[in-house]
Write a protein that binds this ligand. Structure first.
Ligand SMILES: Nc1ncnc2c1ncn2[C@@H]1O[C@H](COP(=O)(O)OP(=O)(O)OP(=O)(O)O)[C@@H](O)[C@H]1O
Ligand SMILES: [Mg+2]
Length: 283
């Protein structure tokens, strides 16, 4: 499959000799959903800041469509139009007075006309179910509301690649459902998605591929079922096999689930499988 974005041998240390990236390699395939998992301080945020050019590699390179990226002003502008980033902290992202203005900023900056920009903003706000917040001051919103506004701002840009740093953190269950639906709409139009999370169940529910980070390196990258189903690979990063995947793999091993049947991705699908299993044993 075609690779849209790639990090090769990235190194970054912050002042005080903190090594955040230690020769990190990662590939992002076009049209895929890639989940990045790893403990606090593993370098996830630092990597995302390199992937859209906010930080410049101290060694190594970032490649977009196979071309090494440069950090001149024009290059950075073009790069950030194609690769959007939603920061971990919404307060670091939002700056306009009202929600509508904040989400409008990107589309207007793309040079879109006022009508088209307005259309995109309305769609983005609707998709995250925050149309009712349009005229509210951004600094008076709850954390989860701010988070949704920040995501709406990135969605309205319709980037080729959208990087999201812990997008589900602080959202309620409906918020996460709306987030995934909004991202799915974007993906259907061709956007490649990369997101960090500490939630293995969410990663399994939604990602095609998974990369495991540990101490500034990628220690495993591959298909979600392969990486998340490998308890030995997960142990060093203090993660466990997602519940639905564990149930599915056990059901396969016991012959309850056919080898070629899809594995359950959601808890509800795993519960339905257990239910069927119970009924078969009762009868
Ligand atoms: N602005 C900074 N100045 C100095 N050190 C930093 C800075 N930002 C991050 N670090 C350090 O760099 C390392 C990687 O941090 P990073 O924020 O990339 O990790 P992370 O995987 O995103 O963690 P989390 O899961 O907590 O968000 C950590 O050791 C952190 O303390
Ligand atoms: Mg982080």
């Amino acid at each position: 499959m075609a690779v849209i974005l790639e990090a090769r041998g990235l190194r970054h240390h912050y002042s005080g000799d903190v090594v955040a990236l230690d020769g990190l390699d990662l590939t992002v395939e076009t049209g895929q959903r890639l989940a990045i998992l790893g403990p606090n301080g593993a370098g996830k945020t630092t990597l995302l800041l390199h992937l859209n050019g906010t930080l410049k590699p101290q060694a190594g390179q970032v490649l977009l469509d196979g071309r090494a990226m440069r950090h001149g002003r024009a290059d950075l502008n073009a790069w950030r139009r194609r690769v959007g980033l939603v920061l971990q902290e919404p307060d670091d992202q939002l700056f306009a007075v009202t929600v509508f203005e904040d989400v409008s900023f990107g589309p207007l900056n793309l040079g879109l006309g006022e009508d088209e920009a307005r259309q995109r903003v309305t769609e983005a706000l609707d998709s995250l179910r925050i149309a009712h917040l349009a005229d509210r001051p951004t600094h008076m919103l709850s954390f989860g509301q701010k988070k949704r506004v920040a995501i709406a701002g990135a969605v309205a840009m319709r980037p080729d690649v959208l990087l999201l740093d812990e997008p589900s953190a602080g959202l309620d269950a409906m918020g996460i459902a709306h987030l995934l639906a909004a991202l799915e709409t974007l993906r259907a139009k061709g956007t490649t998605l990369v997101f960090t999370t500490h939630d293995v169940d969410l990663a399994w529910q939604w990602a095609d591929q998974v990369a495991l980070f540990h101490q500034g390196r990628v220690v495993g990258q591959g298909l979600a079922a392969e990486i998340l189903g490998d308890s030995q690979a997960l142990a060093p990063v203090h993660l466990q096999v997602p519940l639905a995947l564990a149930v599915g793999l056990r059901a396969r091993a016991l012959g309850v689930l056919a080898a070629d049947a899809p594995l359950p991705r959601r808890r509800s699908e795993a519960a339905a499988l257990l239910e069927k299993w119970g009924q078969n044993n009762d009868g």
